[in-house]
Design a binder for this molecule. Structure first.
Ligand code: FAD
Length: 378
């Protein structure tokens, strides 16, 4: 028996969940195929802007583990505490967040069903699984960093070379309490990357990510050693906690976003922010854009929509990343210690502005910030 749908979504992370939610809401017959048994935990800091949740089904508010209104940045021994001035960040457990988003989607979900290959046959797609073939007019590849959809359709260009590792640790109550008020981003422990300490329920999510293409594969850095050393600088330790790594598919302009009626979203489309490694927002956003293009019957509009609302900012983010990690001391002094710049970055995390505007605001407020520094107020 051939099983036929309007759209098949491969993968049920935030990208697939978002695409399935918006497609199902428009009344399309949607099948989600997921490799893992659900709920599935992915190595992830799970930190995102609270504003993102407002654009999604209201039930997602229920999966928030922690909410913060300030962040701490560190560079060596120096620390800056930055109130977010009304903006809020939240942390989520991915297994709960992803499951909650998917449960809102009007879609048939088959977990523990890895997609083996996909191929286009005439005007529909055949999707091969161990349970037999499924077929649909539209295909959404939301199957993450090692996307089978992307590879099967010959869309994969450069495999991701950046990586991040994460562990969940327990910390003494007085130390954990500080991170529940303000998560930490610490620079200077590794080239082209940072350490994070985020609150996650009664644990802390700790990890390091390194964003520059090729820097890890070149063998310059053993990330678990870097993580242990960096944590020690902040009075924390892995204490034997399990460390998990995962590729970080940093934005690559050479990566095609689809072909015909097959569209790639999230990590499968390599849409992770080159400046800070954030990916949940862009998975959700691209999932929605792909769904909108399918609903309108205009899949050819999707790459342009991504270019306009994601890629433009990412291009500037890449420049910012190169500048920041090439001249970390200067950027710390002139950027991180400039409140206008850190507030601009918070606006960027809230998806109100892109990295281009962050750079503009940084440059525009530089003279004023230099005066503050000269007066010893910075
Ligand atoms: C250590 C680490 C920490 C991070 N921290 C943050 C953070 O704090 N904030 C943030 O915004 N981003 C963070 N990111 C990035 C973020 O995790 C990803 O960008 C995000 O998960 C992308 O979502 P996605 O839906 O595209 O892919 P995924 O979440 O990877 O989902 C892909 C899904 O497809 C399924 N799948 C794969 N292959 C198949 C197949 N053949 N058949 C069927 N299903 C398949 C997988 O099982 C999975 O469920 C972090 C990344 C890492 C590695």
């Amino acid at each position: 028996m051939r099983r036929i749908y309007d759209a098949i979504v491969v993968g049920s992370g935030p990208g697939g969940g978002s695409a399935a939610f918006f497609l199902g809401r428009a009344g399309l017959r949607v099948l989600v195929l997921e490799r893992e048994r659900l709920p599935r935990a992915k190595p992830c800091g799970g930190m995102l802007s609270a504003r993102l949740l407002q654009q999604l089904p209201p039930s997602l508010e229920g999966v928030v583990e922690n909410e913060v209104e300030a962040v701490t940045y560190a560079f060596g021994q120096q620390r800056v505490h930055v109130p977010l001035a009304g903006r809020r960040m939240v942390s989520v457990r991915r297994e709960r967040f992803d499951a909650s988003l998917l449960s809102q989607a009007r879609a048939e979900v088959r977990d523990a069903t890895p997609v083996r290959a996909v191929r286009q046959v005439g005007n529909h797609f055949e999707v091969e699984t161990d349970d037999g073939p499924f077929s649909a007019a539209y295909l959404i590849g939301a199957d993450g960093a090692n996307s089978v959809v992307s590879r099967s359709l010959g869309l994969r260009r450069n495999p991701p070379r950046a990586v991040a590792i994460e562990a969940e640790i327990q910390a003494p109550p007085h130390i954990a309490a500080a991170y529940r008020q303000a998560p930490l981003f610490a620079f200077g422990d590794l080239p082209y990357g940072y350490l994070w300490v985020f609150p996650k329920g009664d644990h802390l999510s700790v990890g390091v990510g390194q964003f520059r293409r090729g820097s890890v594969a070149d063998g310059h850095t053993h990330l678990p050693t870097v993580l242990e050393r960096a944590l020690a600088n902040h009075g924390l330790s892995l204490n034997g906690a399990k460390v998990r790594g995962w590729p970080l598919p940093i934005y690559d302009p050479a990566q095609p976003l689809g072909a015909g009626r097959a569209l790639l979203v999230g990590d499968a489309a390599r849409l992770v922010d080159p400046f800070d490694g954030e990916g949940i927002r862009f998975a959700i956003k691209s999932g929605r854009l792909a769904a909108q293009a399918v609903i309108a019957g205009k899949p050819e509009d999707y790459p342009n929509a991504v270019r306009q609302s994601i890629a433009g900012s990412h291009r500037h983010g890449e420049s910012l990343m190169r500048l920041f990690y090439r001249f970390p001391r200067a950027c710390w002094l002139l950027g991180v210690r400039n409140p206008s710049a850190t507030h601009a970055f918070a606006d960027c995390l809230e998806d109100r502005i892109g990295h281009g505007t962050v750079m503009f605001r940084l440059a525009a407020t530089l003279p004023w910030h230099l005066v503050r520094l000269a007066l010893g107020q910075g």
